[in-house]
Design a protein around this ligand. Structure first.
Ligand code: MF3
Ligand code: CO
Length: 247
């Protein structure tokens, strides 16, 4: 069931969303070659705690960290560990904060130093896919219009859309209805009501869209080993548009 948030509830969820935004900026200023993915996770844990919030991911279905740190061929849910970031890597950092009884959720893909033109394009197009996805988004928009726009932009740039993972509603739970695919047929799906709060998160691959999950039970990598990028914001649907809460 989709929970419509009241203006009072939206006021409460602004704070965890602002913490997610600020944490992503903070990580972006510090992430670099030579750092381990575990060190990235520590930055996130410490920032969220210092903000008076809780890292929602930590312990979620047994997830062992505060952030998902997904390098190159890792699409999402990369478990932080000993992997050392190096020049040319592209790194998705995905994190959630819980405060005031609500969750905020966002992700960015950072480029370590300089990378290849193809990786640069992948990261840029993935961000663009998010903004295409929210174009003309307002109360009454069919849900699948989001995925339709994301998919069109990704595929017209020669990339593919990950199918196995989707965006989602968010609120008192980190994952609520509806599921928000990054692909779909225009004009289909529920009409999003004002007060719906959803996470739109294009996951775009340079090669094929097929993924497999490593033996750790979380880390999702592309089957063909090519790079993938990820970009996510929490968005509230309004009568006259969509407001991004984590940017
Ligand atoms: N932030 C992720 C999302 O967009 C959730 C990560 S799964 C977790 O849905 F286990 F790490 F929490
Ligand atoms: Co999410």
């Amino acid at each position: 069931m989709l929970h419509i948030k009241s203006p009072e509830e939206i006021a409460l969820l602004r704070e965890p969303c602002a913490i997610v935004r600020d944490c992503l900026v903070f990580v972006g200023q510090r992430i670099g070659a030579g750092m381990t993915t575990r060190e990235v996770d520590s930055l996130v844990y410490n920032f969220i705690k210092a903000s008076g919030a809780e890292p929602s991911c930590l312990g979620y279905y047994g997830y062992p960290a505060s952030a998902c740190v997904s390098v190159n061929e890792t699409v999402v849910h990369g478990i932080p560990g000993d992997r050392v970031l190096k020049e040319g890597d592209i790194v998705s950092v995905d994190l959630c904060a819980y405060k005031n009884g609500f969750h905020g959720d966002g992700a960015r893909t950072f480029i370590i130093g300089r990378t290849t033109p193809e990786n640069e394009k992948l990261v840029r197009v993935t961000e663009e896919c998010f903004f295409k996805g929210i174009e003309d988004l307002r109360a009454g928009t069919p849900l699948m219009d989001i995925g339709y726009r994301v998919q069109k932009h990704a595929e017209s740039n020669g990339f593919s859309v990950i199918r196995a993972y989707t965006g989602h509603g968010i609120g008192r739970e980190m994952h609520e209805d509806p599921s928000v695919p990054n692909y779909g047929r225009r004009g289909t799906g529920i009409r999003l009501p004002a007060g719906a709060v959803i996470c739109i998160e294009p996951m775009i691959a340079a090669g094929g869209w097929r993924v497999r999950v490593l033996d750790d039970g979380w880390t999702a990598v592309t089957l063909d080993g090519k790079c993938a990028a990820h970009y996510e914001n929490t968005v509230v649907i309004r009568e006259d548009g969509a407001e991004i809460l984590t940017l």
